[in-house]
Design a protein around this ligand. Structure first.
Ligand code: GLV
Ligand code: MG
Length: 325
């Protein structure tokens, strides 16, 4: 281990993060009763410019009046390049800051963006005498944001999570696709001819690098990496596959842009019983090995060692968190 200790963000379940437009008041109660771990009420891209002011009012009222239970509540403010952003922060934090857990900052590009919002939120919290500190979640969804992802991740003590905003990221990098989060047939490898002359096509994941890069920056700073939207909400299998890829890379959760995606995210982002059982067996086997003065042993024909303990502990700890222990 490095001498540098990575401080971990507050432990929250973040398997599913439901997006709810600030104009969709009819969806608020349903969202509150859903199984989503986190809800973000949106003031940004799901709200048309003429509706921004009303959406802000809706969100403030909803945060104050709806029983959101134990849900982690977030508001996605507008980008720092718009004039909506300052009023989003001022109005929402002043008038509903006590029920707000997180602010989601879209299209964050530099550490200075984080600093600016931190300064505003700090002043409002101090002026209002709030005891609780609001956390930040950042959407990495521009080329600039990805270039500066490590600095962004380290920019504030409020930082809790990084999210991969695949739609805007595609636009910002001018990727030739209009698909949100799915695979693209043009991102494929054509094999050389096989013995019978045929050629196989292997589809790839065009977002692999971006997501993996973001996961590293998040984890190196003790933050939760969360995968963003999957646009085709009719394609449950496609969603599951995308969520599984994100989970194996280290993501803790995925957005749900439709209520039907909440259960899918919770299912994929929770370790299965089989995984947890194996993790517990690894811990038992390693405890036995340690008692016999051994550092590495074999379990079910595979080598396990001290690194296996750390891997297993991650899974067991996640299972405990989900069980509310
Ligand atoms: C999310 O905001 C995205 O752009 O994918
Ligand atoms: Mg976006």
């Amino acid at each position: 281990m490095s001498f540098h200790t990575v401080e971990q963000a507050p432990a929250r379940l973040n398997r599913s993060e439901l997006a709810v437009p600030g104009t969709s008041v009819q969806m608020f109660e349903k969202a509150a009763k859903s199984e989503a771990d986190v809800i973000f009420l949106d003031l940004e891209d799901a709200v048309a410019p003429d509706d921004k002011a009303q959406a802000r009012k809706n969100i403030i009222k909803a945060l104050n009046e709806i029983d959101w239970g134990k849900k982690t509540m977030s508001v996605r403010i507008n980008g720092l390049d718009t004039h909506y952003m300052y009023r989003d922060v001022v109005d929402v934090v002043e008038q509903a800051g006590e029920r707000l857990d997180l602010i989601m900052i879209p299209k964050v590009g530099t550490a200075a963006d984080v600093y600016a919002v931190d300064m505003m939120v700090t002043q409002i919290e101090d002026a209002k005498g709030y005891k609780k500190r609001i956390g930040f979640e950042h959407i990495i969804e521009t080329a600039l944001g990805m270039q500066n992802v490590s600095d962004i991740a380290a920019a504030s003590k409020r930082n809790e999570s990084l999210h991969f905003g695949v739609a805007d990221y595609a636009a910002s990098t001018r990727a030739r696709t209009t698909i949100i989060g799915g695979v693209n047939p043009d991102y494929a490898v054509l094999t050389d001819p096989l013995e019978d002359g045929s050629r196989a096509v292997h589809w790839g994941d065009m977002w692999h690098y971006a997501l993996a890069r973001m996961v590293v920056a998040a984890r190196a700073n003790g933050l939760r990496p969360v995968d963003g939207p999957f646009g085709d909400f009719q394609d449950a299998d496609g969603y599951r596959a995308a969520a599984r890829r994100a989970a194996v890379l280290g993501c803790e959760g995925k957005w749900a842009i439709h209520p039907s995606q909440i259960a899918l995210a919770n299912e994929v982002m929770s370790p299965s019983e089989k995984e947890v059982t194996r993790a517990k067996r690894i811990l038992e086997a390693m405890a036995e090995a340690a008692a016999q003065g051994k550092g590495a042993v074999s379990l079910d024909g595979r080598l396990i060692d001290y690194a296996s303990i750390r891997q297993a502990e991650v899974l067991v700890e996640k299972a405990r968190q989900i069980a509310g222990e």
